[in-house]
Design a protein around this ligand. Sequence first.
Ligand SMILES: Nc1ncnc2c1ncn2[C@@H]1O[C@H](COP(=O)(O)OP(=O)(O)O)[C@@H](O)[C@H]1O
Ligand SMILES: [Mg+2]
Length: 344
Amino acid sequence: MKGKIAIHARSGGFSDRWIEYCQQKNIPYKTVDCHSSNIIEELADCSFLMWNWSQTYAEDMLIARGLIKAVESMGIRVFPNSETCWHFDDKVTQKYLMEALGVPMVTSYVFLDRTTALEWAGMTKYPKVFKLRGGAGSSNVFLVNDINKAERLINKAFSTGFPPVSRWNALSERWWQFKRDKTFISFFNISRGIFRALIKNPTLERLPVQRNYAYFQDFVPDNDSDIRVIAIGKRAFGIKRMVREGDFRASGSGKILYDPELIPEACIRMTFDLAKKTRSQSLVLDFIFSDGSPLVVEMSYAFASHGYLSCPGYWRNDMTWVEGSFHPEDFMVDDLIVSSVERS
Ligand SMILES: Nc1ncnc2c1ncn2[C@@H]1O[C@H](COP(=O)(O)OP(=O)(O)O)[C@@H](O)[C@H]1O
Ligand SMILES: [Mg+2]
């Protein structure tokens, strides 16, 4: 290894474990700030950059894709590299990519003008699902039961638009967590949620309003759960997430099942295949099922790693099972360093 790993440190993300792992394995690293104007200079003694950039930071969304390209042009290997994250937090882009690669996906519709969208809304069958391009934990995913609701959403999309993170949605999410857990912490979170709904959060406020497009999908009925598979290099692991009570949305429900028997082999194979095709270092696919066949709902490079600590093992890409708990972040570090050695 020529130089250090530069790690953008941000507590609560992948970097907590990246740092711990580098310390344990005596891998040389230093922490950097990808938001600083002299980040390129800071990377002078580094061969690698690791940055768990996220959709909840306006600053990340503004510069990450461009900065990563620039850093790659210096010969520095990045996690996530451009191939892994160019479509991150953009479901509209992902629709084009899935179609381009022939990946089975829920039928999706993008409209860039109001008239076409309203014409379609007048002709299509309901229910449909309306989504914003970005967001996580189901926060920007809505069921559309009839034309009236579709028209309201379309008119809003082509006028005032939608906040990328709705504080009221966040509050109803905390209410769901309280109903689910009935713990003191979830009660405390509700109080905090009310506070946050009233007081603006400056980081979230800086994210751009979502407007001038409308994105719909066919509603796929009868799914009481979704399946999420994550491939990092030659390993994959998965979880099953149950929907919230009285709701069709699983993402963010926190009702997670870890039994590997529940993960259909087809989903694991599709994730490995797509990761290989797109040359992704880390690929997260969410699946729902139509007549038993898996359909991709969205893709990502990132995930909340604490939700996977209870995975009892992972599959290798030859579908053999490796028993035992693991930190997915370690795989990211290992792959970044090893693939560099292989290439040099
Ligand atoms: N077209 C659809 N039909 C039925 N259920 C859906 C559809 N799209 C999403 N869902 C459900 O809603 C959840 C959130 O959707 P998703 O697009 O993954 O958004 P997020 O980025 O918030 O996770 C999924 O986990 C799935 O359970
Ligand atoms: Mg999802």
